[in-house]
Design a protein around this ligand. Structure first.
Ligand code: GTP
Ligand code: MG
Length: 388
């Protein structure tokens, strides 16, 4: 059996969200805007434009979660590349590019509590929005434990919405359009958050055909007829199923390159925030309270000695030092640490976060065992190769 990639055992269970100030309730700001979309759809360019258009009114706090991008065309407050060196991760854990990105994101997520705390403090300092750019490969964020933890963690603390960036030029092909819609649909139902589709690159192609295909089933069928492809039957059947989904989908044409359409997009974002407050906040409030109750229940001491069961040895040798106890995370670009914030005090505060250290150790223990397993496998392979 192939060894699991480093970090793949991370899940909601072993990354605790306790430190997310669950008892405080959902804050009013900042509004977290998670930018998702297929590779090359224009997420990063869109993020840059949105920052420019929102700067004056919403003073966005900016987060880049793509560990593999060479450079970002905007100033970031938090950049995953300051925290995890993705190339080093690939080398150290012998992973391919996608495994490297997933592992880098997993590593970042072990610091979710710190990340959320930074976002919370940004809100207190007057940042009304927090815009989050995500990795190129959409599945890295939408189908990974860490993407889930980040999205759900933010939504239980702040108003959170999803902006799905769709490339209208590529979506002119009916089957690509359907793939995009299926992605959008699955993310909508998976995240249970207000959802806005930004139809991007309208400077190259008018987006009215998308709106037509979404509202007029026959128009889409006609377009599909033009395309000779084996997937047509499947696409046709799915388009019937997606009809109801389209009814609830808000779209807005933009050009991330020229800035056209952003005034309208900002209005839609504000509508999504109202929608979060009205429809989604109660759901996330409930989730937050359940988490808090669970946390308190686990902290309750047993009422009688019998309830606590029989003591058994832990199986841990306390003489063994933890494999790694340093903390090499740095979540804010040094030049951007705000003046008002006493950064030393904040770092001290964070360093003493015992929970964070335990998570770090758990993760490092896992990495060690993964490396040992890989070494054993390699040795076995070499031995077999050397057999006559
Ligand atoms: N003409 C035009 N080009 C755009 C627009 N938005 C993005 N692009 C171009 O599309 C390409 C991809 O843009 P990015 O912003 O890097 O897309 P991305 O989704 O962040 O890409 P990955 O993170 O690599 O998946 C770049 O060449 C951009 O210049 C737009 O509105 N109009
Ligand atoms: Mg990008």
């Amino acid at each position: 059996m192939a060894a699991k990639p480093a970090g793949s055992e991370l899940s909601m269970e072993n990354i605790s969200l306790e430190a997310l100030s669950l008892s405080e309730g959902i804050q009013d700001s900042p509004v977290c805007i998670i930018v998702l979309g297929m590779a090359g759809s224009g997420k990063t360019t869109f993020t840059r434009s949105l920052i420019q258009h929102a700067q004056e009114k919403f003073n966005p706090y900016v987060v880049n979660l793509d560990p593999a991008c060479r450079e970002v065309p905007y100033a970031t407050h938090i950049d995953i590349r300051d925290t995890v060196n993705y190339k080093e991760v690939m080398k150290q854990y012998q992973l391919g590019p996608n495994g490297g990105i997933v592992t880098a994101l997993n590593m970042f997520t072990t610091k979710m509590a710190k990340f959320a705390e930074l976002v919370r403090r940004a809100g207190q300092r007057g940042h009304k929005w927090c815009i989050i750019d995500t990795p190129g490969q959409i599945e890295v964020f939408t189908w990974s434990a860490s993407g889930n933890i980040i999205t759900e963690g933010l939504a239980t603390m702040f108003p959170t919405i999803i902006v799905y960036v769709m490339d209208v030029v590529r979506s002119a092909c009916p089957t690509t359009f359907m793939s995009n819609m299926l992605y959008a649909c699955s993310i909508l139902y998976k995240t249970r958050l207000p959802f806005l589709v930004a139809l991007n690159k309208i400077d190259l192609k008018d987006c009215s055909f998308v709106q037509e295909w979404m509202t007029d089933f026959e128009a889409y069928q006609d377009a599909l007829e033009q395309e000779q492809s084996f997937v047509n039957n499947l696409t046709r059947t799915m388009s019937l199923t997606l009809d109801t989904f389209y009814e609830n989908l808000v779209t807005c044409g933009v050009s991330a390159k020229t800035g056209v359409g952003f005034a309208q997009l900002i209005k839609h974002v504000l509508d999504c925030v109202t929608e979060y407050e009205k429809d989604y906040k109660p759901v996330y409030e409930k989730m937050r309270k359940e988490r808090l109750a669970e946390k308190q229940a686990t902290l309750q001491p047993p009422s009688t000695v019998e309830d606590s069961g029989t003591a058994v040895p832990m199986g841990l040798d306390l003489k063994d030092p933890p494999p790694y106890s340093g903390n090499n995370m740095f979540l804010m670009a040094p030049g951007l640490v705000p003046q008002q914030m006493d950064s030393e005090e904040f770092e001290d505060d964070m360093e003493t976060d015992a929970k964070g250290n335990t998570e770090e150790q758990n993760f490092q223990t896992f990495v060690q065992s993964h490396l040992t397993a890989q070494k054993t496998k390699r040795n076995k392979f070499i031995q077999e190769q050397q057999k006559p």
